[in-house]
Structures are given as C-alpha cells and as structure tokens.
Design a protein around this ligand. Structure first.
Ligand SMILES: [Cu+2]
Length: 408
C-alpha cells in the first residue's frame, strides 16, 4: 500500500507517468495479469493459470482475485517440464489441485467454492512457487461449535485430500502402464518417479487399505503390500508386486518383459481398487495425527536409508511426498489444535517449515520427479542431517495424537 501511494505521488510531482508505468510493467513478474477480478461465466468465476518453462519456470494467473463463490481454475501447461502440479491452499491446507500436468496436454480445471480471504496458489518447481490469490466479499464462516466439531471438520477435509491424491495416482499409473505396454523403456523410466509421490503421500492410512473379505495379515488382499511392497518385506507366498517390481525391471534389469506388463496391469487394477476404497474411509482426529507420525517414521526407516527406491534412487521424491502427506494431516488438525494447544501447533508448524526448507535444497528440475538422485554418496554425506531434521519434527508431532484423542 505505502509503495503504491509513493509511486503515485512521484508521478504527480515529476509528470513522468508514461516512462514510470512502462518501467513498472517491465519489472512486474506477472505482466500478463489483469488487476480486475476474474470474469464470471454462468455464475462461476474463471481464472486461467498458464505454466511455461521460461525464466526458470513461470506460473501465471490471468487474475489474482475473484468474487466470493464458485471459482474455476483452468490450468494449461504450455512448456513447463519442471512443473507437474498446481495447488490451491489455505493456511497450508490443500483445498484443490491438478496433478500430472505435462507440456502440450489439454487444459484441465478444478472448481472450488471460496469465501472471502487470502488463499495461495502453489506451483512447485516454478521460479516463484507461491503467490496470493484474493477472494473478495463475505469471509468464509469460521468453523463454529466445540473443538471436537472443529476437529471432525478437519478429518473431512483430509479425507477429500486423500481422495484427490488417489484419483491423481490412477492417471499417473495409467500413463506409466501405457509406456510399458508400448515397450518404451526411456519413457517408462521418466514417468516412474512422476507416478510415485501419490502413494507416498497417503501410505499412512494402510489399515483401511485391506480389501473386504481378507484378513489384515494376508498380503494377497492388502493393497499396501500389492502397491508398495519392497524386497525387504517380500512375502514369498504372494510374490513381487506393484511399483517396486516395475522399478526393479526398469532400473535394475533395464528391460520391459511380459512380466513387467503383467505387473503394470495389476498395479493399475490395484490402484483403481484403492480409488474406490478411499471414498468410503472415515477418519478420527487421532488417525490423522498417528498417520502423520507414521509417514515420518516411513521417512526415517525407508527414505533416509535409501531402501525405498533401491534401484532408481528416487528416494527424495518419496521423502518429500511423505512430508507433504504428514503436513496435510497436521494442517487439517490445526484449527482444532489452535484451541487445544496453540504453542504445540506453532512448534510443529515451525519444524515442518524447517524440513521443507532443507528439502528445497535438493530440488533439481532437470531430474524427473524434481529432486536430486539419492545416490550412495549423497546418502553418506547428508543422511544424518536429513534424519536429524525429521527427528526434530517427530518429537512435537508425536504429542498431538493424545491431545486430539482426549478432546470432549
Ligand atoms: Cu512407500
């Protein structure tokens, strides 16, 4: 605000309006943006988001504000190979997103009904990743009722997040399967890390991932086993399955065989089953807290060690996905936690920020998946540092489950 009035004062005094405005336009990072609120069509505000590979990756909104009500965000990836997703966030909570964005694909869109306030558009991999989006008009009503009601509302928001992630996984897996069916080893290897993060974001809800009619201990009916088993937990009776069987073929054996094609078809079937399954799952607040803790434990035992992606070394992609899933679970508990123990909520928020800042240092848009390969050398150099930062987050986070479980 201050800066704008200073500019206008300067224009008035010097009369150099035209050159100044030109200079302002040149330096503006979002030159294509219109200051007016987004146009409304059939009662729905229309916002276009364009991704390009220019200047280290751009993510440009044609309007940075809209009136309260339903808003459609239409995303077009023109040339940005390093940007595969766009998220709409509110206080770190992902409200809507589009995944699997690749250059040249048709425009995709999502619609959200938003109350007045400031939201964020997050484009990971863009030069400027986060930008504000303002909704004008009546603010969304703050959650009311007891702390238990507010926590229950959070679990519903988290359930929606999980459903969205699994839906995106079905698309990414069908792309990987098409590469494998076509026998295109190079493309399959490039699409493999793009298909991985989805499961890693939600792999904490595995108790709900057992198919009806199967005992929890029977791996042949356990979608967590069928989708994400590794050599270390191989059940000889059920055999190799899922992502890591495909990873082994693509990256260790370096070839696509009939067996790889069978595995890809089975993976798609299992992910489709999961897609149906998660739509019926309900969560308790402590499920979110325990789930977040489980995901961080996953980071410690399978990612920091380099075990998860032993053949492809895309462990840092999974690391970031586990952290995102944990952060979403926490973020949806946060409005309730603000009432129960705001100091603890602040500590956890601060530790998530530290982990994310550390992870940012490993980003590399030239590598599929967006992160450096976790080679033996990198693990030797940085494994302890990564583990320590997760540990500092695990400590305060571990205290949340008990707090939310005992709320009346
Ligand atoms: Cu995993």
């Amino acid at each position: 605000m201050q800066r704008i009035s200073f500019t206008f004062a300067l224009i008035a005094v010097t009369g150099l309006a035209a050159p100044l405005m030109a200079a302002l336009n040149v330096s503006s990072p979002a030159a294509a943006q219109d200051n007016a609120p987004a146009p409304v069509k059939n009662g729905v505000s229309q916002v276009k988001i364009i991704l390009t590979g220019d200047n280290g990756g751009t993510c440009t909104l044609d309007h940075a504000s809209a009136a309260t009500g339903p808003i459609t965000f239409a995303v077009t990836n023109k040339t940005a190979t390093g940007i595969t997703e766009v998220e709409l966030q509110s206080d770190n909570r992902i409200l809507g997103e589009k995944e699997n964005l690749a250059p040249g694909l048709p425009t995709v869109s999502f619609t959200q009904t938003l109350g007045g306030g400031t939201y964020q558009i997050y484009c990971p991999g863009a030069h400027q990743e986060m930008q504000d989006f303002t909704v004008t008009g009546t603010a969304a009503p703050a959650p009311t009722g007891s702390t238990a009601d507010i926590l229950a509302l959070g679990t519903k928001g988290y359930a929606k997040y999980v459903i969205g992630v699994v839906d995106a996984m079905t698309t990414a897996v069908s792309r990987l399967r098409a590469d494998i069916d076509a026998g295109n080893l190079a493309k399959a290897k490039a699409d493999y890390p793009l298909a991985r993060p989805f499961y890693e974001r939600i792999e904490s809800d595995v108790e709900g991932f057992v198919l009806p009619g199967f005992a929890a201990t029977d791996n042949s009916g356990n979608l967590d086993y069928l989708i994400d088993m590794r050599a270390s937990n191989l059940d000889q009776k059920v055999g190799w399955h899922g992502f890591h069987a495909i990873e082994r073929d693509l990256f260790l054996n370096g070839q696509i065989t009939d067996e790889t094609r069978r595995q890809a078809a089975a993976l798609q079937k299992d992910v489709d089953l999961l897609d149906k399954r998660v739509k019926s799952l309900n969560y308790k607040p402590e499920d979110l807290a325990n789930g977040a803790a489980d995901l961080l434990e996953e980071v410690q035992t399978a990612k920091v060690t380099g075990e998860e992606e032993a053949f492809s070394h895309y462990d840092l992609v999974d690391f970031a996905a586990n952290v995102e899933g944990a952060q979403q679970a926490f973020a949806f508990l946060e409005p309730g936690m603000e009432k129960i123990d705001p100091d603890l909520a602040r500590q956890v928020r601060g530790q998530f920020a530290k982990v994310n800042a550390l992870l940012d240092g490993y980003r590399d848009p030239s590598v599929p998946g967006g992160y450096k390969l976790y080679t033996a050398a990198l693990r030797a150099a940085d494994g302890a540092k990564l583990s320590k930062s997760i540990q500092a987050l695990q400590e305060p986070l571990s205290r949340i489950a008990e707090k939310v479980a005992t709320v009346q």
